[in-house]
Design a protein around this ligand. Structure first.
Ligand code: SAH
Ligand code: SF4
Ligand code: F3S
Length: 492
């Protein structure tokens, strides 16, 4: 029997962990079980899916055996992510043999990538729905009830699910995620996301502020704003102005914006930060080509905007970055790191994603990735070796020519270096007194709290009379690669 997952990752990155739904009993007739894979955006979508299903006769369960409908919200970012889901489907098939009425649906990015082909390849699957088709789920379920297979993989240019209040799953009651945009327009050559999630669209900022305010009123103390590229967030009360020209260009071209509300990411951050000084604001992911000083100055202006930036580099070599179509060079990237340190100070947490062994990467180019990591002094990194994805421009244009053993060895070198950097950075915190938001008990010990400092580092300390959701001052006394340890002063 699966146990509900209680750990949280605050990155929208593909950590490939599973989350099961927790029991929510509102007296509905049918039971839904959802398992989420991939990035935080998928987890966030599962909360929208649960809300839609709850309005249509379903309660959630964390016991797959009890479910009438089992939904896997899937990831397609690397081959391994898909292999894992295929294995899970095999396991569900054996359950279904015992309980033939069980409906199995595949949602999310793998559903979007493979579309109806999934029904051919995995016979146990009854329903396939892409990331923009969740409002249609009740109809799709009804089709399956009538004995048909059901598919909806249409991608939308407008859908943001802005009006749906997500059902918070596996919540610690302190931290929550809010999607601010969907899709991605960047077309990095290695990446499936633009194909699986479609065009980028920004959600109405007023619905974002309403959601954050509602969370705060319910006792939540931290929200993380999610998008594949938060820096390109751009919304206007007159969609035409933005979609055709973009804010800066519109102003340059002399378009009269009087009376038209235009909200970019810096302004959105400010709007959310102004809800309450007691509501922490985080965001992810920042894109190095678009992250500007305006955002950094807004972060500096508000204590409650956490001093932490996830700024994926992918590679430290300009030729490889060009092949990746990332839109920046090594020098540009290092200038952005310098701007963060200049405007937000040395304590600001910085993390990255790195890909080892991209097409044609030489040993010297790999060394450039290592030296970039040393120069940036990352606190944390998500590290992968390149996995070719069908139909991406890298798959079409370049040979996946770095041998697997070489990819793995380079990845290991990247991981070893990052472990060393994380430890060095964490040691700098020893002796400091830091504000920590308590998220809950430590996984390892009921006698200790687990919380995070502004820089997103996990801090563990002995319980006194505090409670989850409290901000406490913690004197940092020790550290490991992944964790700070300290002692609390007083609840505030
Ligand atoms: N929008 C984010 C990343 C989303 S995908 C950004 O632009 O940074 C998360 C991470 O998965 C990427 O940053 C990249 O490091 C990794 N990734 C994506 N496609 C990959 C592939 N084909 N092989 C290996 N890693 C990949
Ligand atoms: Fe993928 Fe690039 Fe978009 Fe990130 S910015 S989701 S890596 S295409
Ligand atoms: Fe996320 Fe995986 Fe899709 S990383 S956007 S769930 S491909």
């Amino acid at each position: 029997m699966p146990t509900p997952e209680t750990t949280f990752t605050t990155h929208p990155q593909p950590c490939e962990t599973i989350k099961t739904t927790e029991e929510q009993n509102t007296g509905q007739s049918r039971k839904l079980y959802i398992e989420s894979y991939g990035c935080q955006m998928n987890f966030s979508d599962s909360e929208v899916i649960a809300a839609i299903m709850q309005q249509n006769g379903f309660d959630t369960t964390n016991e797959v055996e009890k479910a009438d409908v089992v939904l896997l919200n899937t990831c397609a970012i690397r081959e391994n992510a898909e292999l894992r889901i295929r294995n899970r489907l095999q396991h569900l098939n054996s359950l279904k043999k015992k309980k033939p009425s069980m409906m199995i649906g595949v949602l999310g990015c793998m559903a979007e990538r493979l579309k109806a082909q999934l029904l051919e390849e995995e016979k146990m699957v009854d329903l396939v729905a892409g990331p923009d088709a969740y409002r249609d789920l009740p109809n799709l379920v009804a089709e399956v009830d009538e004995g048909h297979k059901a598919v909806n993989v249409f991608l939308s240019r407008e859908e943001t699910y802005a009006d749906i209040s997500p059902v918070r799953l596996n919540s610690n009651g302190v931290t929550a995620f809010i999607s601010i945009s969907r899709g991605c327009d960047n077309m990095c050559s290695f990446c499936v996301v633009p194909f699986t999630r479609g065009r980028e669209r920004s959600r109405d900022p007023h619905s974002i502020v309403r959601e954050a305010q509602a969370l705060f009123d319910q006792g939540y103390r931290e929200v993380t704003l999610l998008g594949q590229n938060v820096d390109s967030y751009l919304w206007s009360s007159s969609p035409d102005v933005i979609s055709i020209l973009g804010e800066q260009k519109a102003i340059k071209k002399g378009v009269d914006l009087t009376g038209i509300e235009v909200v970019n990411f810096a302004r959105l951050l400010e709007m959310v930060a102004q809800i309450s000084p007691l509501l922490r604001v985080r965001f992810s992911t920042s894109h190095p080509k678009d992250m500007n000083d305006e955002v950094l100055h807004t972060m500096a202006k508000y204590d409650n905007i956490c001093k932490y930036i996830h700024l994926p580099a992918q590679s430290g070599n300009s030729r490889v970055l060009e092949l990746m179509n990332r839109g920046y060079t090594r020098e540009w990237y290092l200038d952005r790191i310098a701007a963060i340190r200049r405007i937000l100070g040395e304590n600001c947490g910085i993390s990255t994603d790195m890909i080892a062994g991209f097409c044609t990467e030489t040993e010297a180019e790999h060394q450039d990735s290592l030296s970039l990591m040393e120069a940036a002094r990352y606190d944390f990194a998500y590290m992968f070796y390149y996995s070719e994805r069908p139909n991406t421009s890298a798959a079409k244009r370049f040979a996946d020519d770095v041998p697997l053993e070489t990819k793995k060895r380079r990845l290991q070198e990247i991981i070893n270096l990052q472990n060393q950097l994380s430890l060095e950075r964490n040691k700098l915190d020893i002796g400091q007194v830091q504000t920590v938001l308590i998220e809950g008990s430590s996984k390892r010990s009921e006698a200790h709290w687990m919380g995070r400092n502004s820089a997103n580092k996990v801090v563990i300390f002995a319980k006194k009379d505090e409670k989850p959701g409290d901000y406490v001052q913690v004197h940092i006394q020790d550290c490991s690669i992944a964790t700070l340890f300290g002692e609390s002063y007083k609840a505030s």
